[in-house]
Each structure stands twice: as C-alpha cells, then as structure tokens.
Design a protein around this ligand. Structure first.
Ligand code: HEC
Length: 131
C-alpha cells in the first residue's frame, strides 16, 4: 500500500504546484530575445535609449531616487545613464524587449507602456551594443 499512498500525495503536490504556476503573476524574466543588430542601425543613446528610458523607466529606475520613491525597483538598476543601462542590459532584454526568440513585456509594471515596435527597437539597440 505504501507506494500507492506516496504516489497519490505526490500527484496532489504536483497539481498544487501546477495551479500556483498557472494562476500566479507572469514571470519577471523571459528568455533572451536573440535580437540582431541591423546594418546600418540608426539607433543611439541620444535618439533612442535616453528618450525610451525617460518615457517608461526612470520614474522608478533612477540613481536620483531612493527608498520608497523607487516603487520597489531594485538597486543597481538605474537607467538614467547609458552606463547604468549597459551594466544590466541582459536583464533589460529579458524583461522589456521583443526579438525573434521572445516577446518580453513584464516591464514597466504599469502606467505608460512602450509599443511592441518600441520594444523591438530596444532589442536591436541592445544587440548593437547600445551606441
Ligand atoms: C512603477 C515602477 C517601475 C517602472 C516604471 C519600471 N520598473 Fe522595472 N522594476 C520595478 C520593480 C518593482 C521591480 C522588481 C520586480 C520584482 O522583483 O518582481 C523591477 C525590476 C526590473 C528589472 C529586474 C531587476 C532584477 O534583476 O531583479 C529590470 C531589468 C527592470 N525592472 C527593467 C525596467 C525597464 C527597462 C523599465 C522601463 C521600460 C522599467 N523596469 C520600468 C519597477 C519599475
């Protein structure tokens, strides 16, 4: 009888886990988008990266903000400089960008959200090394 009991409790646990996964929040990180840098690419920090971050990200992710003003945005994820962006660009790709391998839309968590076209441009700009 023992193996049967074990099997039964296992499947209850398994279905509980499945339910939690199915009903929970979407994950913060998606897969890398595998975006590619087109040649030529016209996107730069000045004409794309800065205005994108200012429109959608720096009201939480900024080195100027501390404590509650960050609204939960983790430290060392500050996008008010190109250096701050480059330091965690893989995380940005995996939360915010769209490319051939993934469509990641978990950031920003609310408010003004970028269009899918803007998310594709973000993936490209990151793939180009964020000039
Ligand atoms: C309203 C505030 C807010 C805005 C706006 C916002 N974020 Fe976030 N961000 C958060 C919070 C809160 C977390 C932590 C989420 C968690 O741990 O579940 C987070 C986490 C992240 C992370 C993961 C950090 C890590 O490694 O744990 C990245 C990357 C990120 N945000 C990028 C962005 C980008 C890019 C934008 C703009 C497109 C953006 N966020 C806009 C609040 C914000």
């Amino acid at each position: 009888m023992r193996p049967l009991v074990y099997l039964a409790s296992c499947s209850i646990v398994a279905s509980l886990v499945a339910a939690t996964v199915a009903c929970g929040e979407p994950p913060l990180f998606g897969p890398p988008t595998e975006s590619v840098c087109p040649t030529p690419s016209t996107l730069t920090y000045d004409n794309f990266g800065r205005p994108f971050m200012e429109a959608y990200c720096t009201r939480c992710h900024s080195s100027q903000l501390t404590g509650a003003a960050r609204m939960g945005a983790p430290s060392f994820h500050d996008f008010d400089s190109v250096f701050g962006i480059r330091a965690v660009s893989e995380h940005i790709d995996e939360t915010t960008a769209i490319g051939p391998a993934a469509s990641n839309r978990s950031m920003p968590p609310g408010g003004d959200r970028p269009s899918d076209a803007e998310r594709q441009m973000l993936g490209e700009w990151i793939a180009c090394g964020m000039p």
